[in-house]
Ligand binder design. Sequence first.
Ligand SMILES: Cc1cc2nc3c(=O)[nH]c(=O)nc-3n(C[C@H](O)[C@H](O)[C@H](O)COP(=O)(O)OP(=O)(O)OC[C@H]3O[C@@H](n4cnc5c(N)ncnc54)[C@H](O)[C@@H]3O)c2cc1C
Length: 91
Amino acid sequence: MKTKEVRELSTDGVFVFVGYVPRTDLVKGVVKMNQWGYVETGEDMSTDLPGVYVAGDIRSKRFRQITTAVADGTIAALAVQKFVKDHKQAA
Ligand SMILES: Cc1cc2nc3c(=O)[nH]c(=O)nc-3n(C[C@H](O)[C@H](O)[C@H](O)COP(=O)(O)OP(=O)(O)OC[C@H]3O[C@@H](n4cnc5c(N)ncnc54)[C@H](O)[C@@H]3O)c2cc1C
């Protein structure tokens, strides 16, 4: 890519690197994001907008794997449940 040199390589398969640009347009300008466009969250997956939680690859974190995404989802679901319960009691 840097030298623009073109070479032919004999291979049995190719893994395409899809890049690191997150699809966060939906919440752009709504919740706080880092410089790379990932959503900043607390430990409970909360964003800076009360009642909005995110989970998985969309959030700023070190490792993006299925297991970490699923764990985020569990944490977010439990945190949302608590948020709704607390707000019902306050109303
Ligand atoms: C090539 C590749 C190989 C990988 N290999 C592994 C592996 O071997 N092991 C592993 O653990 N992890 C692997 N990962 C990482 C793993 O796939 C992710 O960490 C995981 O899928 C994240 O889950 P997610 O639900 O956060 O996001 P995703 O699985 O990306 O799901 C997000 C969904 O939201 C949808 N979406 C986006 N925007 C909108 C919108 N505006 N409205 C509605 N829907 C929307 C998308 O279409 C998508 O279906 C790999 C990733 C890639 C790209």
